[in-house]
Design a protein around this ligand. Structure first.
Ligand SMILES: [Zn+2]
Length: 527
């Protein structure tokens, strides 16, 4: 698809206005499934950090981009990529583009988490890229306030040291915007002898409680979603965070909250700074956003970062209340912030821009929800809707709504399941054939197992990767099926999809699963 110059120019201007800041080299990350101790969700199981790489195993060498490209280059790339991405989604409702474009997009997004301390206002600083999430420092008259503390004390200590260049006042308060491990695990690194108040919502820690029973499988899927075991050459990033974080001390600096913010919110003064705590369920039910009325600075936590939001995480999550998330973001927009500080990615400046970004974000979430609900009431299945629902034209190419982290089709399926459960209303799916029998019938339909195998190989050769995957799955159930060939095809198809994927969790999952299959870690049934 050709992209008119004017189109690129518009995107460049828009992008620069939104972020308008320098970017440095990338460091660490950390998203979480989380673990519980004493009833409070604290950390992820430790996992190895990975170095940043630039391309998936099958991606062509041509077109790689080093990280230190100029903002203008980034924006041009993003514009180009978005144009391709939109074209692709319109046809396939997915996040598949040409391999070189996918890499350029992911590398452009990488500029959002280069390590640096951003001076937000005269007394507010945000450390970006010291781990996966952001941490902020507000300087008051006789002390400082820390908002979010990264995942572990090692990376938090580096951010704290960087903050100390701007103020050596004691820490009077620590605030957790929500309980995800990448925001709470490094608190101890920010304090010396001080015993600051630690603020969190009353429901703090409730975010993942219902999923504890399936922690073993969530841990596996977490490793895949974040590409924790990918080689440097396979790693790109995690959508709103870099790939190469040291997570080995995750949760070790956690300090339990000492002040519970009530459901009605809280307005107070800490270290001479007026500060407001607003309850705002979104990515987690226990989330709040923080408002500085004097500076007009808003700390969004993970209810906003520059990507389509992760309304569902493929590592496995309970239903995230999508409607509440949209409403919380709308409330944030009503504050008309002069600076919007996200939980991940770069701060966004300017009242008009920040307000417009928040309104767009809220509308995008709401639109996906409304379209899904409308489709459900028209009797459409999750499969149909996942291919039909898309962001309104006005929003789909906004740089802060590209599906680098969240995915519209995943969100649609999550909303369907969240509102109605697994049954799609079609009696065919009420009690379908068991997988082995279905595979047998499919083989018969193909003319036999050999023919099914040939169809699978042909699909791979045509780069019809999704169909190749489906056929390889049938073949694995057949007693006379060549499971080795099926496995090989599945691995190649997964890598083919990964190379074209700009949604980071999908890409990481495809590559990780391919590696697991190849190394023989998975059982005969590929689980
Ligand atoms: Zn986070």
């Amino acid at each position: 698809m050709s992209v008119p110059y004017t189109h690129l120019r518009v995107r460049y201007t828009q992008h620069q206005n939104v972020y308008g800041s320098r970017a440095g080299p990338a460091l660490g990350t950390g998203y979480t499934a989380g673990c519980y101790r004493n009833g409070i969700r604290r950390c992820d199981p430790p996992s190895a950090g990975r170095q940043l790489g630039e391309r998936g195993r099958d991606a062509p060498k041509k077109g790689n981009q080093k990280m230190h490209v100029s903002t203008r280059t980034v924006c041009l790339l993003l514009g180009l990529a978005v144009a391709f991405g939109v074209a692709s989604r319109a046809a396939n409702a997915d996040t598949q583009v040409e391999p070189t474009i996918a890499l350029k997009m992911l590398n452009a997004q990488q500029q959002q988490f280069g390590q640096q301390v951003v001076k937000v206002t005269d007394n507010v600083y945000t450390a970006v890229g010291f781990h996966g999430a952001n941490t902020s420092m507000i300087v008051g008259t006789d002390g400082v306030i820390i908002i979010d503390t990264l995942k572990g004390p090692t990376s938090a200590a580096k951010a704290a040291e960087a903050f100390r260049k701007y103020s050596d006042k004691p820490v009077k308060a620590i605030i957790y915007t929500h309980s995800h491990g990448d925001h709470i695990g490094g608190a101890s690194a920010f304090i010396g002898d001080e015993r600051p108040d630690i603020y969190a919502t009353e429901s703090f820690g409730s975010a993942e409680g219902v999923n504890k029973a399936v922690a073993p499988v969530k841990a596996k899927r977490n490793v895949r979603q974040f590409g924790r075991k990918l080689s440097p050459s396979e790693s790109t990033n995690r959508g709103v965070a870099p790939a190469n974080t040291d997570d080995s001390d995750g949760g070790k600096g956690f300090l339990a909250p000492t002040v519970k913010v009530p459901d009605s919110g809280l307005k107070t003064t800490i270290a001479g700074v007026e500060i407001e705590f607003h309850i705002g369920p979104g990515e987690t039910d226990d989330a709040m956003f923080i408002w500085l009325p004097q500076n007009q600075v808003l700390f969004a936590g993970d209810n906003f970062y520059s990507s389509f939001p992760n309304l569902y995480a493929i590592r496995g999550t309970a239903y995230r209340d999508v409607l509440s998330w949209s409403e919380s973001v709308a409330k944030m927009a009503e504050l008309k912030p002069h600076v919007l500080v996200p939980g991940h990615t770069m701060p966004i400046r300017g009242e008009q821009t920040a307000t417009a970004v928040l309104n767009d974000y809220s509308e995008a979430i709401r639109s996906v929800y409304d379209q899904t609900v409308r489709g459900i009431n028209e009797g459409k299945s999750p499969d149909q809707l996942a291919h039909e629902v898309e962001l309104p034209k006005r929003l789909k190419d906004k740089p802060y709504l590209i599906e680098f982290y969240g995915s519209v089709p995943h969100a649609v399926r999550a909303i369907y399941a969240g509102l109605l459960g697994w049954f799609d209303g079609n009696p065919t799916t009420l009690s379908p054939l068991e997988p082995k029998l279905k595979a047998k019938h499919i083989a018969e339909l193909a003319g036999g197992t050999q023919e099914l195998t040939e169809q699978m190989e042909a699909a791979l050769a045509k780069q019809d990767y999704k169909w190749a995957l489906e056929l390889s799955d049938y073949l694995k159930w057949l007693h006379d099926g060549d499971k080795k060939r099926a496995r090989k095809v599945k691995i190649e198809a997964l890598r083919g999809l990964a190379a074209r994927e700009y949604n980071a969790p999908n890409r990481n999952y495809y590559l990780s699963y391919a590696n697991e299959l190849e190394s023989g870690q998975l059982s005969e049934l590929w689980f």
